[in-house]
Design a binder for this molecule. Structure first.
Ligand SMILES: O=c1ccn([C@@H]2O[C@H](COP(=O)(O)O)[C@@H](O)[C@H]2O)c(=O)[nH]1
Length: 303
């Protein structure tokens, strides 16, 4: 079951509707929340499911039907499917197809990164319209150099899809690499944000959200300010994991993102998934978290 790819948009010129524009519309409709599908073994058990393939399939199907049409985006975590081998990856591919058919944006959390020629293959695996594992956007690591991600960034722009580049990740260990200073005084994460800003410049010039986002954890405290990173100027969506299970609150989202709040897409997995296995309870919890984040980022929330 596959839905058509993003249709061409005459207002944007030739080509498919850009991911940034589609995400903005989804956030306006449903609030700025992306729910993660993370089928942890412990969660499967707490839902009364077996930890094998049947449990994985049932868990995923419940999540997709609970969240499709209710949240701005859904983010399956690839690791929890890969661990089951090829049959697990097939479940992931079915979930991506079902989300596409439902018209709900998917962000595949797989954090790919390599030398450019290999990134090209990774890009085709997740961002080419005819790929079995095609998502609306994919997470990528720039720690082999932002420039090495060029094939993925170009393919995403061509196909109306998006890339979320790791900048300041939600785990404390990330600081060792991401806070390091370059010879020009910028932090590594700041240079990643600047590079994304250049790729998003045409979208910004149109007054739109760009399609090249950053991952910035809601748990990073005052790092954005301390490192002098201009997140607003990056021009793309800011995927903010860390809500709930990792300790961040909607109030932290407000403090971390400052004048870039309007670009934030908060992400939460376990905190929402623990409301399962009842579909209605899962959907209601997702809507409740989305409403909390929406209140925090509303104009005037910083006053
Ligand atoms: O900096 C990052 C980047 C990605 N993640 C992923 O998000 C979810 C978080 O799950 P929770 O249950 O909401 O803690 C998980 O898939 C991570 O791999 C992240 O946490 N931090």
């Amino acid at each position: 079951m596959t839905a058509p790819d993003p249709a061409p948009d005459p207002a944007a010129g030739p080509g498919p509707v850009p991911f940034g524009r589609r995400l903005r519309a989804a956030m306006d409709a449903h609030g700025p929340l992306c729910v993660g599908i993370d089928p942890h073994r412990a969660l499967l058990q707490s839902w009364g499911l077996t930890p094998g393939l049947d449990g994985l399939r049932a868990f995923t199907e419940t999540c997709v039907t609970a969240f499709a049409g209710r949240v701005a985006a859904v983010k399956p975590q690839s690791a929890f499917y890969e661990v089951h081998g090829a049959a697990g990856v097939a479940v992931l591919e079915e979930a991506l197809a079902a989300l596409r058919a439902a018209g709900t944006l998917s962000i595949l959390d797989v954090k790919r990164g390599d030398i450019g020629t290999t990134v090209e293959a990774y890009a085709h695996a997740s961002l080419a319209p005819d790929a079995p594992g095609a998502a609306d956007a994919v997470t990528m690591s720039p720690y082999l150099g932002y420039g090495a991600l060029r094939p993925a960034i170009d393919l995403a722009q061509e196909t109306g899809r998006g890339v979320f580049v790791l900048a300041l990740t939600s785990n404390p260990e990330g600081a060792q690499v991401q806070h390091a200073r370059l010879p020009d005084g910028r932090s590594v994460a700041g240079a990643v944000a600047d590079a994304a800003g250049e790729d998003n410049a045409p979208a910004r010039a149109r007054g739109e959200l760009g399609s090249i986002g950053l991952v910035v954890g809601a748990t990073v405290g005052d790092a954005v300010q301390r490192l002098g990173i201009d997140l607003a100027a990056s021009g793309g969506p800011l995927l903010a994991p860390g809500l709930g299970a990792q300790g961040a609150t909607a109030d932290d989202v407000r403090r971390v993102f400052g004048d870039a709040l309007g670009q934030v897409l908060a992400a939460s997995s376990r905190d929402v998934l623990r409301a399962g296995p009842d579909r209605a309870a899962l959907g209601a919890r997702a809507e409740q978290v989305a409403a909390e984040v929406d209140r925090m980022i509303a104009p005037g929330a910083l006053d």
